[in-house]
Design a protein around this ligand. Sequence first.
Ligand code: SAM
Length: 289
Amino acid sequence: MNLCDIETIRAVLGRHGFHFSKSLGQNFLTDASVPRRIAEQSGAAETGCVVEVGPGMGCLTDELCRRAARVVAVELDRALLPVLAETLSEHDNYEIVQGDVLALDLAALCREKFGEERAVACANLPYYITTPAITALLESRAFTRITVMVQREVAQRICAQPGTAAYSAFTIYVQYHAAAKILFDVPADCFVPRPKVDSAVLQLTPLEQPAVQTKDEKLFFALVRAAFNMRRKTLVNALGPVLGSEMDKETIAGLVCSVGLDARVRGERLSLMDFARLADAAADRLKGV
Ligand code: SAM
């Protein structure tokens, strides 16, 4: 069965009386090359154990089952369970976990299902949970590779370079934890129903150690958030809400200059390394070193 063929999708979903839910981000793939390419590049064949988020009617799950030893797919919509039982009937190496991926302990799920084996994660993510889902996948530390389809702008934001409009606090968060790259773009007409935006397949390879070392990770991210909360302001002004109770503006400016930055620089120009140096200098100053 070609699970991306539009007539097949209509027939199967019709048989089960299924209706797409916009609020659950249900846009199913209609181009069979897309789930095939995601599965091929996901590491499923090498790692053997896969967690998929949001199998829908199973087009990506099917491709993963052909390559991996075991696939655990987390689907929130109960109405899709009988659909998946039909579409995946030729496979016996998968399990559907009905639930909200954001409410699950993904590390515990992997331990329970795969023991000590390393796993990869895969998804055509529902748009409305993109950021928390990526955060949960990274924070679980359970995956050696995460391959997810997201809105193209989000993929570009995650892979952005300093000084560009797309560069954001979330860019820094993701790049702190993982190497990020866009594998390929997927136009909006590859889905039913057709979404308003184009998509891209993003691959994250979690790092053994964070991309930069900092003395105080909490302070590092507090400075990053402050810099991007007021990205039109100079860094010195933007840091006021975080450092202002301990330091006057001149001291903050001195701190910025002490790590080789211009006092008039905006936070959006700083690399991860710049933020790390600044956070370390601020940590030393706060401790009175
Ligand atoms: N994988 C299918 C495909 O590519 O055609 C469907 C992808 S569709 C964009 C997203 C899927 O995620 C839907 O099946 C939806 O029901 C499911 N979903 C939505 N929110 C979820 C959540 N919080 N946890 C788990 N699955 C969710």
